[in-house]
Design a binder for this molecule. Sequence first.
Ligand SMILES: Nc1nc2c(ncn2[C@@H]2O[C@H](COP(=O)(O)OP(=O)(O)OP(=O)(O)O)[C@@H](O)[C@H]2O)c(=O)[nH]1
Ligand SMILES: [Zn+2]
Length: 362
Amino acid sequence: MPDLPGVPDAVRVVRADRGAVLVLPAHALAPHDDAPVGRSGAPDGPDGHPRRVVLDRDGLVPGPDDERTVPTVGDWLLLDETPDGPRVRALVPRRTALVRDTAGKTSQTQALAANVDVVLVVEHLDPDPDLGRVERLLTLAWRSGAQPVVVLTKADLVPDPEGMAAEVADVALAVDVHAVAVPTGAGLDGVRALLAPGMTLVVVGPSGAGKSTLVNALAGREVMATGGRRADGRGRHTTTHRELVPLAGGAVLIDTPGIRGVGLVADAEALDTTFADVADLAARCRFGDCHHTGEPGCAVQEALEAGELAPRRLDSWRRLEREAAYQARRADVRLAALERDRWKKITKDMHRGLRGPGRPRG
Ligand SMILES: Nc1nc2c(ncn2[C@@H]2O[C@H](COP(=O)(O)OP(=O)(O)OP(=O)(O)O)[C@@H](O)[C@H]2O)c(=O)[nH]1
Ligand SMILES: [Zn+2]
């Protein structure tokens, strides 16, 4: 059973659309017989189908500290039953959240999945894996509070998957790396070992990496449509929404559409975890504010010259640091705007109060 002490009646969001969410009760997520399933992967049964809960008009739910929040896949919600159907009373505080920065002049973030234990960073071996993308997704994963794991797909299409996996492992510090081939089943057991009851795993990676194929292989059935021709002949299928899939063993998987250039939400700690090697070197530079561009006593430059640090790795770190700093500045601008609006409202209310008994209060 999912571990939610003190919140016995919570339901979990399996899919979030603009004005409504689909939810399942905790017992539908507990280990179950692999009965025939609906499209959403929920077990059939009297109450096995996900329930649709219509949201307030703003599409938000009351979160912790009264802050209204956009619900996302993996969230736990408390419901009230009303004559008009179920309403969301509250969002249970998120243990972890995979958050990305969305495009926009001022910063806005979007939670892709909530209450996740493991982030599966999926990357293909054929064509060659993109190390920079793996580093970016690992940073996103560390920032979420969940444990990242790298899954390299299409191992059946390359001559030396283990050698390639070792290269990826060099840039994925403190992270397990699995090479898998779904057609042969090779390497899947290593990933299956993560599927303990109550665990929530989210799958992220570029379009075509094989995320839905992996989810189906782990579920042991077709829960997500995958690439290749669609049955209706209308070209390639690609996942268009995020969805939580309960597995028979009591773990849940969240599939996501391929994310192109996910915006990094600033987090120095996450970057330092992904790039622990570079951060350790930088901490040994003679000057605390070393830019690693030729200063005397620069441990980063020394490691580069000694061939102990790959120039690609340093470039990647710099790029992600710049991006995170940019995002943080935009977040500050947005926060400042919000503060301004808040003060405007407070002073307006004050003036109204000073004008004396205009309207009755309360
Ligand atoms: N040979 C081989 N092909 C694979 C493997 N995994 C996935 N594929 C193929 O790669 C293509 C893309 O797989 P999908 O699972 O749809 O990829 P996805 O990451 O879910 O893509 P989006 O839905 O667009 O985000 C499909 O044609 C799969 O059959 C694998 O391990 N080996
Ligand atoms: Zn330096």
